[in-house]
Design a protein around this ligand. Structure first.
Ligand code: DGL
Length: 265
């Protein structure tokens, strides 16, 4: 059975865990949400590397995980290479804003990228944007207040819609038909983002697609687990352990909303 660790600055990485559970229903998952230190998006590199190290060490030493999904774009930007160098026996997967599929499918040639300040400033994102998005106009915006909405489980309704509209208005009015969710918290606002975006889009823009990278990361994880030759378990359900450095009620609630399989706490 593969023992797979996940971590994020908070509850956002559950958006990736949810997809992973669909493809790897018989494995063992250990999720760590660093909600006491959320958000990472405004923190410095040294802080993010240090927390990423401590969390990975905990997942490896206390649970014996062999694969770690850095289910956080910001931590991927600042800590993934470092983690690979200090844990050479662990397989790591990270996440970067999905500019590539957006650029391949946009009809208006205008793409909106929503992410944290840290991710948008990182050289990793800039490299991806310049490599795959060079034929399109890319409009970036921090999802101001999005992480706070998700961490407080306030993901729909008038307040959430207003917060979302403030960050997506410029990109939608400029004709973006693809909105890339470059932070793992944002998929929990996907329905709200889609609804607001299509409500305010100009008539000339076709339906707007909001791109959640989680299904693609889950497929990648499945191939890593298969390639590495881990045994698959015989258990009927996955075992999932959720852990938070802060208040774990939102983590548990959000998990129950999105996943209905076994939960071991
Ligand atoms: N969920 C994280 C990300 O994907 C970080 C959000 C934050 O803590 O600022 O970037």
């Amino acid at each position: 059975m593969a023992k797979i660790g996940f971590f994020d600055s908070g509850v956002g990485g559950l958006s990736v865990l949810k997809e992973a559970l669909k493809l790897l229903p018989n494995d063992e998952f250990y999720y760590y949400g660093d909600s006491a230190n959320c958000p990472y998006g405004i923190k410095g590199e040294a802080f993010i590397q240090n927390r990423s190290f401590e969390i990975t060490e905990h997942l490896v030493n206390d649970y014996g995980v062999e694969v770690v999904v850095v289910a956080c774009n910001t931590a991927t930007s600042y800590a993934l290479s470092y983690l690979r160098s200090v844990f050479p026996n662990v397989s790591f997967l990270g996440m970067v804003p999905a500019v590539k599929p957006a650029a391949a499918t946009t009809k208006t040639n205008v793409i909106g990228v929503l992410a944290t300040k840290g991710t948008l400033n990182a050289s990793l994102y800039k490299q991806i944007r310049d490599t795959y998005g060079c034929g399109s106009t890319i409009i970036e915006h921090i999802g101001e207040g999005f992480v706070e909405l998700v961490e407080s489980f306030d993901i729909s309704g008038q307040h959430a819609e207003q917060v979302v509209e403030d960050s997506i208005r410029d990109m939608v009015l400029a004709g973006a038909d693809k909105l890339v969710l470059g932070c793992s918290h944002y998929p929990f606002l996907k329905d709200t983002i889609e609804m607001v975006a299509n409500r305010i889009r100009p008539d000339s823009t076709p339906n707007i697609e909001v791109i959640d990278p989680a299904p693609a990361i889950a497929r990648h994880l499945r191939s890593v687990v298969k390639e590495t030759g881990f045994r698959t378990s015989n258990s009927e359900f996955p075992n999932v352990k959720l852990e938070s450095s802060g208040d774990d009620s939102v983590l548990n609630n959000l998990y129950k909303q999105c996943v209905t399989n076994n939960l071991i706490i």
